[in-house]
Design a protein around this ligand. Structure first.
Ligand SMILES: Cc1cc2nc3c(=O)[nH]c(=O)nc-3n(C[C@H](O)[C@H](O)[C@H](O)COP(=O)(O)O)c2cc1C
Length: 222
């Protein structure tokens, strides 16, 4: 698969088949992703790969915790909580399109709760990835992790696999860190589902729209 095809065909899958993914294949994808550049080559990425019983345990414990406890009070790291335009509208458009395909009516809180909870089952994908970063590293290293994550997703796409990056995992980082034995000096950046998408699922047909180049690129030529 050439790179443009991989870029164009990757999309977030939210229903996976139970087809297994071998540890060898996960390692191969991670090895490719590690070819990503990073500032001064610090390679700040860390990935906890949850498979088999460990993945089941993570899902079970997190969902049980979520039934009785609120989120961890936001993300583990400092963030800006106020959402502003044009980002707010883009987020709402995605939500509207996704929940239409899922046939979840606006205001159906229980159905929304259940659907968001599917994040913590990795949408039934056999492999769950949790990305972390040392708390000592600064924002440039967070950029590196983003690059690494996209490389990983493209490497997976090139091998016929599907992914969904998931910020949902930093809403319950305490349980996640506990179950996966993640050291306290690391932040949970986000998670990812990895496996084979069920192409018949309507939500997997979602094509999230993109703004034209003219809306985000500012050429200065004179
Ligand atoms: C860092 C990051 C976090 C994300 N978190 C979630 C999430 O928690 N749950 C989810 O269903 N999708 C999540 N997504 C997927 C985005 O909604 C998706 O990438 C975006 O709508 C563009 O769609 P596409 O990936 O299909 O091109 C996340 C994506 C990224 C890059």
């Amino acid at each position: 698969m050439d790179l443009d095809t991989a870029l164009d065909s990757r999309s977030s899958a939210r229903v996976f088949k139970s087809d297994p993914v071998s540890r060898d294949l996960v390692e191969e994808i991670l090895e490719r992703a590690a070819r990503s550049p990073s500032g001064t080559n610090v390679q700040p990425w860390k990935v906890y790969v949850a498979m088999g019983p460990a993945r089941e345990r993570l899902t079970r414990e997190l969902l049980a915790y979520r039934e009785k406890n609120p989120e961890d009070g936001g993300k583990e790291w400092p963030t800006v909580s106020k959402r502003v335009e044009p980002y707010l509208s883009r987020m709402r458009t995605l939500g509207k399109e996704m929940y239409t395909l899922l046939e979840i009516p606006k205001g159906d809180k229980q159905a929304n709760w259940n659907q968001w909870g599917r994040n913590y089952k990795f949408f039934d994908a056999p492999v769950g990835l949790i990305f972390t970063i040392d708390k000592d590293l600064d924002r440039t290293s967070w950029l590196d992790i983003g690059i690494f994550i996209q490389s990983l997703m493209l490497s997976a796409t090139a091998r016929g696999l599907d992914t969904c990056a998931q910020g949902a995992w930093n809403q319950f980082w305490t349980v996640t860190k506990d179950v996966l034995e993640i050291p306290d000096n690391e932040y949970v950046v986000c998670g990812m589902s990895l496996g084979y998408a069920d192409k018949t699922a309507p939500v997997n047909t979602l094509v999230a729209e993109r703004e034209p180049v003219s809306s985000f690129a500012f050429f200065r030529e004179e």
